[in-house]
Design a protein around this ligand. Structure first.
Ligand code: BES
Ligand code: MN
Ligand code: ZN
Length: 496
């Protein structure tokens, strides 16, 4: 989809105009103008009850008197002055769905004049684009019939803005397009089945990205190298799998000072998590192909970065691995030696994410990071605690936590901080090793974070548990691309 910003007049020719009306017979400014040139056409429809202004009501009108545009799409925006970002996204989604069903090739949106609570025009346009792209997404790679069910004639949306708003509108378009690209690519790798998307597949994606982006350099660490580095925890998880583990490192360097310390993003990349010897139940086990959504989000962010060319140094890491039962698989009771020397007693082989991540978090010390954020579908307990709307945030550093909370709030890609105090470490005590890999029944999302905190002492660190937010279940099963939007916003905020 092509997006642009332009100043438009309601009586200009167009395939389709989109205007908003509010409840209580309250027209938006452009709707008032259209009503005037069409001899009260809109108000008649309002009076007759045809147009209610109810949130998300979409009505497609043709042959509106004296209007040069072929179509007029009237969108209900609820009560004037009461629109929050969630409702705005809902009405944008309805708008996109209705537009798709028309034959309009392009549309001019006057919804830019609908005020969003506490938000500027920049956010109106950003959320509009992110929502439209989200709605248009489909994953047809593995359908034999590629003719998309949702195919559409629409290829261009023009946002109407005033001359003084053009600069911020264009910035919103640029940011939103990069985020939408990142989200789409993250969804594509995440939705890919585990017999195709394995650790080598993730590594190939990282290598391909470096080929198309001169600012990115990719290196792959394979199992032989992990052996030399002493990554005993990571390797133990991979032992039950035939596909080799691959740690993919994408280095994006574009800071004015090339030696500036990098921001490091580490994604859990379990391309399938069967639980290992502590085998998971069969129900919904297919969804454990999504156990690489942390890695997928890092991949999406690196693509967005390459497009935006932000003046930062950022290193994206995908920790690719499979967790499967096998005669050679690691066992409950095994004691592993991690890369930083701490020993871990395995009490459940299904708590594998923290084992892959702990060695990766030690590995990234070599980059002397300014800060490290890991992103992981780490615990079912996080979904129990927060549900599917907020990602869990755990951090030893209040300032990073606050910056992530701010980015989450701005991007409407929500996150909620969980406490991480000393006491939780006690749940990880082992009689036989330095640490146990599980912390018992209570506070599982936090004890998982507490486990990781033992491996992040050399740099400021935060952890995002996306187990509840990375994909949807049921009829709309599919990856969400979260938290690409949150992370790109965090990086945008880092640019001084
Ligand atoms: N990948 C899972 C976490 C998960 C489960 C994410 C369900 C989304 C939905 C992780 O590797 C795991 O299995 N965690 C265990 C930890 C437990 C054994 C302490 C869990 O959450 O049950
Ligand atoms: Mn697991
Ligand atoms: Zn897992």
């Amino acid at each position: 989809m092509k997006f642009s910003a332009q100043h438009y007049a309601v009586n200009q020719a167009a395939d389709c105009l989109i205007v908003g009306i509010f409840e209580e017979k309250n027209l938006s400014q452009s709707a008032v103008e259209i009503n005037k040139i069409s001899d009260n056409y809109l108000l008649h429809l309002v009076e007759s009850g045809e147009l209610s202004g109810k949130l998300g009501q979409t009505t497609l009108l043709r042959n509106v008197p004296n209007l040069a545009a072929e179509r007029l799409l009237v969108v209900g925006c609820g009560k004037r002055g009461e629109l929050n970002e969630r409702q705005f996204k809902q009405l944008m989604q309805k708008t996109a769905q209705t537009l798709k069903e028309t034959q309009a090739k392009s549309a001019v949106s006057f919804l830019t004049e609908i005020p969003l609570n506490q938000r500027t025009l920049y956010w109106n346009i950003r959320f509009a684009i992110e929502t439209i792209e989200q709605d248009l997404y489909q994953f047809t790679q593995f359908k034999s019939q590629k003719t998309a069910e949702k195919s559409t004639a629409l290829s261009e949306v023009i946002f109407n803005v005033g001359a003084d708003e053009l600069a911020s509108a264009e910035q919103a378009i640029q940011h939103a397009s990069a985020i939408a690209l990142g989200v789409r690519l993250a969804k594509d790798v995440a939705n890919c089945p585990p017999n195709v998307c394995n650790p080598a597949y993730l590594a190939d994606k990282a290598l391909n990205l470096a080929e198309t982006s001169p600012l990115i350099k990719t290196t792959i660490v394979n199992e032989a190298e992990m052996e030399k580095l002493g990554m005993g925890a990571y390797l133990a998880v991979s032992r039950g799998a035939h596909n080799e583990a691959k740690l993919a490192i994408m280095e994006y360097r574009n800071a004015p000072n090339p030696n500036a310390k990098p921001i490091v993003l580490v994604g859990k990349g379990l391309t399938f998590d069967a639980g290992g010897i502590s085998l998971k139940p069969a129900a919904d086990m297919d969804e454990m192909k999504y156990d690489m959504c942390g890695a997928a989000s890092v991949y999406g962010v690196m693509n967005a970065l390459a497009q935006l060319q932000l003046p930062l140094n950022v290193i994206g890491v995908m920790a690719g691995c499979e967790n499967l039962p096998d005669g050679n698989a690691y066992r409950p009771g095994d004691i592993l030696t991690t890369m930083n020397g701490l020993t871990v007693e395995v009490l459940n082989t299904d708590a594998e994410g923290r084992l892959v991540l702990c060695d990766t978090l030690t590995y990234v010390e070599r980059f002397d990071p300014e800060l490290v954020i890991d992103i992981a579908t780490l615990t079912g307990a996080c979904v129990v605690a927060l549900g599917q709307h907020n990602s869990g945030l755990v951090s030893t550093h209040d300032d990073i936590a606050a910056a992530l909370e701010q980015a989450a709030q701005q991007s409407a890609d929500k996150a909620w901080r969980l406490p991480l105090s000393e006491e939780y470490q006690e749940q990880l005590k082992s009689n036989f090793a330095d640490l146990a890999n599980i912390g018992g029944r209570w506070g599982g999302a936090i004890t998982a974070g507490a486990f990781l905190a033992n491996f992040t002492k050399k740099y400021p660190w935060a952890h995002l548990d996306i187990a509840g937010t990375a994909w949807l279940q049921g009829a709309n099963k599919g990856a969400t691309g979260r938290p690409v939007s949150l992370l790109v916003q965090f990086l945008l905020n880092q640019v001084k």
